[in-house]
Design a protein around this ligand. Structure first.
Ligand SMILES: [Cu+2]
Length: 500
């Protein structure tokens, strides 16, 4: 792990400029516009625009939040007393009232929809009893956690209805925002769509992580973004609603709730954003065009906090950000919006006039990548290709009896992931590898910007783009790698690597 240095207690308000940014404020009402806006800044080009995605069918616009429901915070999973395990997670059926007076059948962990947040202290291990109370088999995948393949919860790890297991989750990796969800072969998309997802946080009391806001649910807020399409009866009837290229809906759901708003009572807020959608890409910004601070990627804090005006997350990616609310005037409204200006999460700012706060900023001594790492030759080529049910990796569909790649435990290799365009132009594929947190070296030969200089387990790959990754597996075993558009994953856009 790289050494980090605290820069001292910088007031965030000094680091943030809450001035409106013209290019971000208006005219961002289409993906095409977004693409052009991105071209103006070199930094954004590395993250790519989403214009190309439009070539593959229409992406329905999300509806703005009406702000009628206070955002619920998933409860922290409570430790078991007097048991031979620490925590219990049960996959079960439930009923959720998304629409007044209407019962929608859903799935959840320990409840009707989504799951509680599981927090593990960095360096510690916990025993978790996992139980399947559904009528179909499922798996419990700990997305981003570098665990042994036997407990990774991949497609070969099914728990049958009525069965339980105890797994030991060891958190030998930096503080991060991870998540858990099912990964059962050809059923992942449906089970996630119906509601199976939860946050998994690695917490640290002895790093910079402890100096930034960390009061869970108070100034440290998990945000699980998902889009949904309901049928006429307001049910999540996946068989009828599904789209092989990724099921998209016009309803924005955050932490399982429609039309949410969040009341802000602390000046500096930390948000942990998870794109838990089956397929939708999100571009987040603030409605007044102000910048905010990205502090973490999927699997660690960034080498240094970086000020951004927008943030793109493909399905399964996470980021942590800080927003300073202290400079807002009481009349000014603020919301988290997407690139179409749709209000995803309006904020109701109720700050005490006397409240002031600051947070520690840090920088890292060593560069994100050493010269040696930058010059390492490519060892593995991964080609993502196709759409609908014709998706492949290196020309093949998933076969649980085939090993596609091999890599030695603890040895670092460079993977080059190429998103080959098709006749329609291609689409974004988010590429995810189990059992590892990797570094992104470059995009089309250009070194990544500071906002990607943190550990990752999922990476957005634009059509035609080649992304180089630095990959090390700490454990032996067989792991899957795949596109995280869940319908592509179920459609066979997945391979297996044996770590020996
Ligand atoms: Cu894909």
């Amino acid at each position: 792990m790289q050494k980090r240095f605290l820069l001292g207690a910088l007031s965030l308000s000094a680091a943030l400029t809450l001035t409106a940014c013209a290019s971000n404020n208006e005219g961002m009402d289409s993906n095409r516009m977004h693409h052009e806006a991105s071209m103006e800044s070199g930094e954004d080009m590395n993250q790519g625009g989403m214009g190309d995605m439009m070539d593959h069918g229409n992406v329905p616009s999300l509806l703005s939040s009406e702000g009628t429901n206070e955002l619920p915070i998933p409860p922290l999973l409570e430790k078991q007393q007097g048991q031979d395990y620490d925590y219990e997670v049960i996959a079960q059926e439930g009923i959720t009232e998304f629409f007044k007076g209407i019962s929608t059948e859903t799935y959840g962990y320990n409840g009707d929809l989504l799951g509680p947040t599981l927090k593990i202290e960095e360096g510690k291990s916990v025993d978790v009893k996992i139980t399947n109370e559904l009528d179909e088999s499922t798996t419990f995948h700990w997305h981003g956690l570098e665990v042994a393949s036997e407990i990774d919860g991949g497609p070969s790890d099914e728990i049958q209805p009525g069965e339980s297991r105890i797994v030991t989750l060891q958190a030998d990796q930096p503080a991060a925002t991870l998540w858990y969800h099912p990964h059962v072969h050809e059923m992942t998309a449906e089970q996630v769509y119906r509601g199976l997802s939860g946050m998994l946080l690695i917490d640290s009391s002895n790093s910079e992580d402890s100096t930034i806001p960390n009061k869970y649910g108070v100034n440290d807020i998990p945000l699980i973004f998902q889009d949904r399409l309901f049928d006429e009866d307001k049910q999540l009837d996946y068989d009828n609603l599904m789209d092989e290229d990724g099921t998209l809906g016009d309803i924005s759901m955050i932490n399982g709730t429609l039309n949410s708003k969040l009341t802000i009572t602390e000046p500096i807020m930390r948000f942990r954003l998870l794109n838990g959608s089956n397929a939708r890409n999100y571009t987040f910004s603030l409605s007044n065009g102000a910048s905010f601070t990205q502090i973490a990627s999927d699997g660690s804090l960034l080498d240094e906090p970086v000020e951004v005006e927008e943030l793109i997350l493909a399905a399964s990616e996470r980021a942590e950000i800080l927003i300073d609310f202290s400079k807002l005037t009481s009349e000014e409204s603020l919301a988290l919006v997407n690139d179409e200006g749709v209000e995803l999460l309006p904020f109701d700012v109720e700050l005490d006039a006397s409240t002031a706060d600051s947070t520690e900023m840090w920088t890292t001594e060593e560069p994100f990548l050493s010269q040696e790492e930058k010059e390492m030759p490519v060892e593995k080529n991964i080609e993502l290709f196709g759409m609908m049910d014709m998706v492949t990796i290196n020309g093949k569909k998933f076969d649980p009896n085939r090993i596609d790649l091999r890599q030695k435990q603890g040895v670092t290799e460079v993977w080059e992931v190429y998103n080959k365009k098709d006749m329609m132009g291609g689409m974004i594929h988010p590429f995810h590898v189990h059992g590892t947190q990797f570094k992104v070296i470059s995009r089309d030969g250009k070194e990544v910007t500071p906002r990607e200089q943190g550990l990752k387990d999922s990476v957005l790959v634009n059509p035609g783009e080649k992304v180089k990754l630095l990959v090390t597996f700490p454990e032996k075993g067989v792991y899957v790698f795949h596109c995280h558009i869940l319908e592509h994953e179920d459609g066979g856009m997945m391979g297996q690597i044996e770590v020996y």
